[in-house]
Design a protein around this ligand. Sequence first.
Ligand SMILES: Nc1nc2c(ncn2[C@@H]2O[C@H](COP(=O)(O)OP(=O)(O)O)[C@@H](O)[C@H]2O)c(=O)[nH]1
Ligand SMILES: [Mg+2]
Length: 268
Amino acid sequence: MMLASWRVLARAVKKADVVVEVVDIRDPISTRSKRLEQMAEALDKELLIVLNKSDLVPRRVAEKWKRIIEGQGYEVLYVSSRMRLGTRILRGAIKGVAGQKPFVAVVVGYPKTGKSSVINAIRGRKGAQTSPIPGSPGYTKGLQLLKIEPGFYMIDTPGVIPAEGGWPEAVIRGRSPEELADPVPPAVALLEKALRYNPNAVLDAYGITTRDPYRILEEYARRRGWFYKLTKEPLIEEAARAIIRDYHKAKLLFYVPPEEYIKPSQRV
Ligand SMILES: Nc1nc2c(ncn2[C@@H]2O[C@H](COP(=O)(O)OP(=O)(O)O)[C@@H](O)[C@H]2O)c(=O)[nH]1
Ligand SMILES: [Mg+2]
């Protein structure tokens, strides 16, 4: 992953006409970047907020988040890049906001919100590789200019935003689970959050009935046959990594209800 830096991001935003912020609709509170939105505003760029992964929440929830964020004065769409829902409308909306060709839309957002998937969905060709325009001047290796159609260009920004967004989101999005020195505390926080918003999350994902996060990790490790060689204790670090991966893959399923936005004092 590229070194996260606001400087690299600012460079990309400056070059662009439209800023597309991709947010994970399972948790817009933690996966929206105020700092990014302020940057777009300060540089006088058109901003579109895209709530992605809408296949993972009920339609009513998607609509409600859209209305809440629109109520703050933003242009908002929800899509599922995986199911290719709303992506044609998004493509049109970007063109509409840009006004005239040629233009560049930069796709920004926290890691794993689906930025690359959204670009692929907009390009419309299933499984097509996003191929950079060779030799596009001024673009670093991490920021490639991609051609969507004549006069319509996009820039992906892999890993350039330093993850913020509160605990445990900042940690589980900031690094891959393999790189986490101690994956247990964020996995425990993630399990608590999952169970709070979906009491059946762990049962549905793994068939595990206990609701104690440490015991969930132990049980998970036991079932996979992951043990410390010496002590024969369950290897909960490995289970913790797997559970964080399962959240990104949406095997461990929950979403933060829009009502949370109205009572921010109770946020996790
Ligand atoms: N369920 C679901 N998963 C998605 C969607 N879009 C992306 N993902 C998954 O989210 C993960 C991160 O996607 P990616 O495009 O690599 O995110 P990026 O880091 O922001 O570029 C991957 O496992 C994707 O398969 C979506 O619309 N629905
Ligand atoms: Mg990506």
